[in-house]
Design a binder for this molecule. Structure first.
Ligand code: ZN
Length: 301
């Protein structure tokens, strides 16, 4: 290498570095604070048994709506009644919108109901509260950052994800099935996809993206995790999972489920008293929230 070539090489490097530092700040997503998300989990579990159709569920719904609204979301309840194996139940989805730079939008969803099991009293810190907490903290972070997301965001907190007896077209996924059926042609045409979060707080975080998920969104998630330095916590799974992403997939809308379905040894904490605040960590919530932010900032419109 001659001196002049070395000099020009250095110039190119400096120019590239300058270009990089001149990128508009909006190209870099904000980052959530894990401890703040963890505080939301504590507040959510304090509502007690958030079973569909109960006053505890409705109080939690008010809390979610008030929090999202306080941080700039336009919030709507989607109320509906369904005949279930346990009689008629009033369900309530919570839908919170943030306008982005484009009318195209991503749905970031989770369920906020708690599984009702006789004889088992559990907090649902992971199964129920963790996804809600990550989304509420994402909303708070967006507001405090002052950044406008590259696409619009629709955050949905689904009621009735948990089945009462056994998943079927009449049991479980009540909120997401109802929501998908209610979508207008316009809403469908502008929807870029769905990122559903469920059980994302495990201290030993291993997000295994189910095989029944959109290929491009799965790639986006894995690439975003790697870009954020969190690739080791995300992988593909060969399992098919029944969760709120499924009604979207069935109706032709791209969707994935970010879920760690190995909660404790052989998933032994799932739907037991072991699903409590001690078993989840701020770090795991932060990893998931920041990966979703990177996905939002990288999605192709
Ligand atoms: Zn569950």
């Amino acid at each position: 290498m001659t001196c002049s070539k070395f000099f020009s090489y250095k110039l190119v490097v400096v120019a590239l570095l300058l270009l990089n530092s001149c990128k508009p700040a909006n190209e870099i997503p904000p980052e959530i604070a894990g401890h703040a998300a963890f505080d939301y989990v504590k507040k959510l579990v304090a509502f007690g048994n958030r079973f569909s159709g109960t006053s505890e569920y409705l109080m939690q719904a008010d809390f979610i709506a008030e929090t999202a609204s306080a941080y700039g979301c336009k919030v709507n309840f989607q109320d509906f009644v369904e005949q279930t194996a346990k009689g008629k139940i009033k369900f309530r989805n919570i839908v919170a919108d943030i306008k982005g730079k484009s009318d195209f939008y991503l749905i970031i969803s989770t369920h906020c109901d708690l599984k009702e099991l006789s004889g088992v009293n559990f907090q649902g810190a992971n199964d129920g509260a963790s996804g809600v907490a990550v989304i509420l903290e994402m909303i708070r972070t967006l507001k405090s950052s002052g950044l406008i997301p590259p696409v619009s965001l629709r955050f949905i907190f689904f009621d009735g994800e948990e089945c009462q007896f056994e998943y079927s077209d009449q049991d479980g996924l009540f909120g997401s099935r109802w929501y998908v059926a209610s979508m207008t042609e316009y809403e469908r045409s502008k929807c870029l996809g769905v990122i559903n979060l469920d059980m994302v707080g495990d201290r030993d975080l291993q997000i295994a993206i189910p095989a029944n998920g959109d290929h491009a969104l799965t790639e986006l998630a894995l690439n975003a995790a790697a870009a954020g330095g969190n690739g080791e916590y995300f992988r593909r799974s060969s399992q098919h999972i029944i969760d709120d992403h499924r009604p979207f997939l069935k109706s032709g809308i791209p969707a994935i489920n970010l879920m760690d379905f190995e909660f404790g040894p052989a998933n032994s904490y799932w739907h037991t008293e072991e699903d409590n605040i001690e078993k989840i960590s701020p770090e795991s919530l932060e990893i998931v929230g920041n990966t979703v932010f990177l996905m939002i900032w990288r999605i192709k419109k």
